[in-house]
Design a protein around this ligand. Structure first.
Ligand code: ADP
Ligand code: DP6
Ligand code: CO
Length: 325
């Protein structure tokens, strides 16, 4: 017997205020609250159906069969919630490089949360979907919503979820992703942040200053103040990367080309163009700017990078079903 198949599409999100550290590894409760922008250009489509004939979950990513351990752990949470004992067939396509610091885990687990819960017969509210997605990957709880999204850290499984700040933002902003390297990162986000929490002497300072950054950026978003939003986001990202360099053993996601892009953004700023950078757990740089300025910035980047390495994303939508069979 097969259940109905459900396919969900979730877009990635890039944090302007970073989530970097867990206080509970099992429940994925973060040390600090965070804030992100969901992007239209990058997304994951995931189809799920349950099949009584299966002896274990089957998981295909980009048409290749994968080891199921992490996905099965997640599916066990769905099965427990639905009172199901049947395994599932999961097939996912990433329209985003996998594990390259472009937030594939965010779109992946948001899409899986929606497709799997629907196939299991659960009708979850968006808040409960956000809580479920969080169990797969912290950043995924924010991809349930479109536009600007805040993840309030909360203090337990019930209270830690994301909420939309402006779902359908009409702000004319975009993010240029400079894809320096599509390869999988050497240190996963999970491992990187854990090492930082355990060993960086600056961690307490990070938490305090991130709380201030979060309050300030929310005000600046309300006022459509790109200069302020960009400055806070750029500084917050650099504080996160400083934590990595202060860990033991220390590490960094920067590549020489990442630094070159950061310098170029600073140069463009000195020429009067309002643009700011942010980097996640990978070498790729994301540049926040107005749609109006994006062509000039792209022209300058084109001197150094191929067209295929320069992707322009606009605010994107929350998770949704794309078909019902
Ligand atoms: P990223 O920067 O891409 O978010 P992470 O270090 O957070 O990278 O790790 C990505 C994790 O998400 C890996 O465990 C990877 O196998 C998993 N993942 C990526 N895409 C999918 C998908 N479509 N379905 C399920 N898991 C996925
Ligand atoms: C740097 O959500 O990928 O992108 O919860 O361990 O799966 P896990 O980590 P993940 O970490 C994202 C870290 C970040 C910042 C952010 O997205 O807030
Ligand atoms: Co991730």
């Amino acid at each position: 017997m097969l259940s109905k198949a459900f396919t969900a599409r979730a877009h990635t999100n890039i944090a302007l205020i970073k989530y970097w550290g867990k206080k509970d590894q099992e429940l994925i409760l973060p040390m600090n609250s965070s804030l992100s922008l969901t992007l239209d250009h990058f997304y994951t489509d995931t189809e799920v159906y349950f099949d009584q004939a299966l002896k274990q979950d089957v998981f295909y990513l980009n048409e290749e069969k994968q080891n199921v351990s992490k996905v099965t752990q997640f599916m066990n949470i769905v099965r427990r919630q639905a009172g199901l004992k049947v395994f599932a067939h999961i097939s996912s396509t990433n329209h985003v490089p996998t594990m390259a610091g472009l937030a594939s885990s965010a779109s992946a687990y948001a899409a899986l949360a929606m497709a799997a819960s629907q196939a299991a017969g659960l009708q979850l509210s968006r808040r409960d979907l956000s809580r479920l997605a969080r169990r797969g990957s912290g950043s995924a709880c924010r991809s349930i919503y479109g536009g600007f999204v805040e993840w309030q850290r909360g203090h337990d499984d019930q209270s830690s979820f994301a909420s939309p700040i402006e779902e359908n933002t009409n702000w004319n902003i975009c993010m240029i992703a400079v894809v320096i390297d599509k390869a999988r990162k050497k240190i996963s986000s999970r491992l990187g942040m854990q090492r930082v929490v355990e060993t960086s002497p600056f961690y307490t300072a990070w938490m305090k200053s991130t709380e201030r950054d979060l309050a300030a950026i929310k005000e600046a978003i309300k006022k459509r103040d790109l200069k302020k939003v960009g400055t806070i986001a750029e500084e917050n990202a650099m504080k996160m990367h400083a934590l990595n360099m202060s860990a033991h053993p220390h590490f960094s996601y920067f590549e020489p080309a990442s630094i070159a892009v950061m310098h170029l953004v600073e140069l463009l700023r000195s020429e009067g163009i309002c643009c700011y950078y942010t980097l996640d757990a990978g070498p790729n740089v994301k540049i926040l700017c107005s749609v109006e300025d994006s062509t000039r910035i792209l022209d300058r980047l084109a001197a150094r990078f191929d067209k295929e390495q320069l992707l322009v994303a606009r605010p994107g939508p929350g998770v949704h079903l794309i078909n019902k069979k």
